[in-house]
Write a protein that binds this ligand. Structure first.
Ligand code: GTP
Ligand code: MG
Length: 228
């Protein structure tokens, strides 16, 4: 198949995949309570308030599947969602500042690190970076951890509706530079806005491609007739 057709097929498979039912399966606050590893997992990680839960909702087309809030520290556990009985999405608590006590932040940080290092069915981490701020020191720490543990990750810029075009371009360039020499980083950066629904289809396609590469059966796409 020509590359272009293949991209279209994956885009369509991604769209169909996320049109399937997504449902909450578990919320976990301690590494000992993680569900057994079964099927493939993709986790959403990033600083508090970067827009992880909003992106889970935008991808699944469900406004209130994952809880969101203006106040950093909304997601307080690892939240597992089954997507179309095909794979698992994991919405993570944010790292960095949160409007909760220091003890809690310390406990989450430990949970995040333990989960990211020790989950063999975790096929990719989507590491969200706020396009208004770029990569910060605590992002670098998580990138270090993922590189050391050889957990593949892909950078997703969020809230791309906020910065002006020139500012956004500068952040994209700086982010590219920040991951250029990182071994576990996927080179392609996805630029998204959950609010404007930008980049959502691209992210669905990227996830469909990843799952397909891992041998997961995706929703089938009707082959188009000659000349259709
Ligand atoms: P924690 O669970 O606290 O770590 O936060 P989170 O990363 O899950 O962020 P969440 O999705 O709760 O969103 C945080 C805030 O950012 C909310 O006020 C959202 O409305 C806002 N937000 C999320 N996505 C976007 C976006 O694409 N554009 C804009 N402008 N705001 C967004
Ligand atoms: Mg959240």
């Amino acid at each position: 198949m020509a590359e272009h057709d293949q991209d279209e097929t994956l885009a369509e498979a991604g769209r169909k995949l996320f049109a399937r039912e997504a449902r909450f399966t578990a919320a976990v606050d301690k590494v000992e309570r993680l569900p057994p590893m079964s099927g493939l997992e993709i986790a959403f990680a990033g600083r508090s308030n970067v827009g992880k839960s909003s992106l889970v909702n935008a991808l699944t087309g469900r406004n209130a599947l994952a809880r969101t809030s203006h106040t950093p520290g909304r997601t307080q556990e690892l939240i597992f969602f089954d997507v179309g009985s095909t794979f698992t999405l994991v919405d993570m608590p944010g790292y960095g500042y949160a409007a909760v006590g220091k003890e809690k932040v310390r406990a989450w940080t430990q949970l995040i690190r333990d989960y990211l290092r020790g989950r063999s069915n975790l096929v990719r981490v989507l590491l969200l970076i706020d396009s208004r701020h770029g990569v910060k020191q605590n992002d670098e720490e998580i990138l270090d951890l993922l590189d050391k543990a050889a957990v593949p990750y892909q950078i997703v810029l969020t809230k791309a509706d906020v910065p002006k075009k020139a500012e956004l371009d500068a952040v994209i360039e700086a982010t590219r530079a920040a991951i250029a020499r990182r071994p576990a980083a996927f080179p392609e950066i996805v630029v998204t806005s959950s609010r404007a629904k930008d980049g959502i289809a691209d992210l669905r396609t990227a996830i469909a491609r990843l799952l397909s590469e891992r041998g997961v059966a995706l929703p089938t796409v009707e082959p188009r007739g000659e000349g259709a």
